[in-house]
Write a protein that binds this ligand. Structure first.
Ligand SMILES: Nc1ncnc2c1ncn2[C@@H]1O[C@H](COP(=O)(O)OP(=O)(O)O)[C@@H](O)[C@H]1O
Ligand SMILES: [Mg+2]
Length: 270
């Protein structure tokens, strides 16, 4: 299927609205070009896989989306709106949620409290800018708690809500981090190697969970993953980076057959 070249949505037959547009993004670290003129779109309500050999620029792209890195050139648009003037602190309220390669949880806090932080990230701007009346605050605090519990159920961790986050296995801690991102009710969820360190059964469960995030929560997912079986099985679209450039962009079946992709992976280990 040909990719649509213009920024409009809904015109062509089968066209889907674009939630995220990456436009000519270039990032340099000294002499290293981490991203070079990278452009692609993420369609709403879909899972887009972002793959590429180590050092290809995947995490750099996520850090640009989180506004942790300032690109030298190019733009990122969420719902058509440029993120150029947004700070990392704005990102959750704008609707971008993220998990990290290594789960970043508050060790001394309970699983439930870790997830409540996510719910707060969404409510934060309202809480800070409105004149805070106590009844309003109490109502919101109850909503946060209810949302956090519902999200923990969704990821299958309702029964460990009261336990300290550190007491859980890596697989469960990754789910807590996922629940925290989901509790902020993002439009777009960025997952950086969620299958890393998981066993075979946990990877299968994770695949089902990511699918239900798309199908039941209607959250758009951008997935960086080295586990090829998972990313090819889950993704509606796959974007391939190599040395900071997009070398392929299309449905998984097309990517599997792509000679440039095979060559990029040849001789590299993941
Ligand atoms: N903060 C940084 N400072 C210097 N170089 C960096 C930094 N972050 C990434 N790089 C370099 O940019 C390139 C892309 O890295 P990265 O985005 O981490 O790749 P990937 O996530 O695909 O493995 C690599 O050459 C890496 O060494
Ligand atoms: Mg990386």
């Amino acid at each position: 299927m040909p990719r649509r070249g213009d920024g409009s949505a809904g015109a062509a037959v089968g066209a889907r609205p674009r939630l995220l547009q990456i436009e000519n993004l270039t990032v340099r670290f000294g002499g290293i070009v981490a991203l070079q003129d990278v452009s692609f779109a993420v369609e709403r309500d879909r899972i887009t896989g972002l793959i590429g050999p180590n050092g290809a620029g995947k995490t750099t792209l996520f850090n640009c989306l989180s506004r942790l890195y300032q690109p030298e050139r190019g733009d990122i648009r969420l719902n058509g709106r440029s993120l150029a003037r947004s700070s990392p602190a704005d990102i959750a309220a704008l609707g971008i949620g993220r998990t990290f390669q290594a789960p970043a949880l508050f060790a001394s806090m309970s699983v439930l409290d870790n997830v409540k932080i996510g719910a707060h990230a969404r409510g934060q701007s309202g809480l800070l800018t409105d004149a805070v009346t106590l009844p309003f605050w109490r109502r919101e605090e109850r909503d946060f708690e209810a949302d956090a519990r519902a999200t923990l159920s969704f990821v299958g961790l309702a029964d460990v809500a009261a336990r300290p986050a550190t007491s859980l296995s890596l697989g469960a801690r990754k789910r807590v981090e996922l629940a925290r991102a989901l509790a902020a009710k993002p439009l777009l969820l960025l997952l950086d190697e969620p299958a890393g360190g998981l066993n075979h059964d946990e990877v299968a469960d994770l695949g089902n969970l990511i699918r239900s995030i798309r199908d039941e929560l209607h959250i758009t997912v951008l997935l960086v993953e080295h586990h090829m079986g998972l990313v090819m099985g889950l993704s509606d679209q796959v974007v391939v980076l190599n040395f900071g450039r997009v070398i392929a962009d299309g449905p998984p079946a097309e990517i599997r057959e792509n000679a440039a992709v095979a060559e990029a992976y040849l001789g590299t280990r993941h």
